[in-house]
Design a protein around this ligand. Structure first.
Ligand SMILES: C[S@@+](CC[C@H](N)C(=O)[O-])C[C@H]1O[C@@H](n2cnc3c(N)ncnc32)[C@H](O)[C@@H]1O
Length: 274
């Protein structure tokens, strides 16, 4: 993998609705957790506190994925509350649905930019690591605002710059060298890293009393394989792109021998910022 992109792009990759789950394939929640979920979970308490989630609330978790924010929201709202998890990806919602069997969780397949709910339905709206993947985040935020009850709160968590979120930033950067035509989609995770832009988006979509803060959480890996194996499982846009590289698609795993691997090894203790 020392040779930069041959210009052929990602032949054969279909990122699937929402960019994270391959169409028709089951989401391996263990792989997802080790690639995103374990990191996401570190930020969820701050998000729920910002949304002022309380017992018996009716919560909307947009871009719920396998349910990182929903899990803690369910614990906080208790048996009298309800968490509705929306996602564009049926495979992601299936993973969440099986995780929360018997709990007060309702999965709904929908685009977060066009929600199938009446105005002022929810006591709080959450969007944990999802808004940056929306083609039109302002349209999404306007929908979040519309379905939120007056005087209640929405909380959105997005990823910072690729330099400040090396868990995904290093991979995005290296893949872009091989796939320059895919640069934009490979960097979607960092599309809302500019705090000023996020604040303006919130203000122009009708939110008031806006607060945008930067939060950093640290984690590390026991071994390089702990970092790399979930990527080879292919859950997430960057792992899907990696698996679709012509050299990988034809030969299978390159773990251990690849230029990409040695570049990532330098930074495998990561502190990620959202
Ligand atoms: C990085 S995952 C985050 C999942 C979960 N909230 C978490 O924190 O682990 C991003 C999720 O956003 C979903 N997504 C992307 N675009 C979306 C859209 N326009 N509407 C609804 N969900 C979307 C994806 O399918 C994926 O499940």
């Amino acid at each position: 993998m020392d040779t930069p992109d041959n210009g052929e792009g990602l032949k054969g990759v279909n990122f699937g609705p929402g960019f994270h789950a391959t169409v028709g394939q089951h989401v391996d929640r263990s792989a997802y957790d080790r690639y995103v979920g374990d990191w996401s979970r570190l930020f969820v308490p701050t998000v729920l506190a910002a949304a002022e989630v309380a017992a018996a609330d009716r919560i909307l978790d947009i871009a719920t994925g396998p349910g990182e924010a929903a899990a803690l929201a369910l614990a906080q709202v208790g048996p009298a509350g309800l968490v509705v998890g929306v996602d564009l990806s049926l495979a992601m919602l299936t993973a969440a649905h099986s995780r929360f069997a018997g709990a007060r969780f309702r999965p709904v397949v929908s685009d977060g930019q066009a929600l199938p709910f009446a105005d002022a339905t929810f006591d709080a709206v959450l969007c944990q690591l999802g808004l940056m993947f929306f083609p039109d985040p302002a349209r999404g935020l306007a929908e979040f605002r519309r379905v939120l009850r007056p005087h209640r709160h929405a909380a959105v968590c997005v990823i910072s710059t690729r330099e400040r979120a090396p868990m995904w930033g290093v991979l995005a950067e290296i893949l872009s060298r091989y796939l320059p035509a895919q640069q934009e989609v490979l960097h979607l995770s960092f599309a809302l890293a500019d705090a000023g832009r996020l604040e303006r988006l919130l203000a122009t979509t009708g939110f008031r009393e806006i607060s945008v803060t930067r939060e950093t959480r640290e984690g590390s890996f026991e071994s390089f394989d702990d970092y790399w194996v979930p990527i080879e499982e292919g859950v997430g846009s960057l792992p899907q792109a990696y698996l679709a590289l012509p050299a990988i698609a034809s030969t299978g795993s390159t773990r251990g021998g690849a230029g990409a691997a040695s570049a990532i090894r330098i930074q495998w203790t990561a502190s990620n910022e959202c």
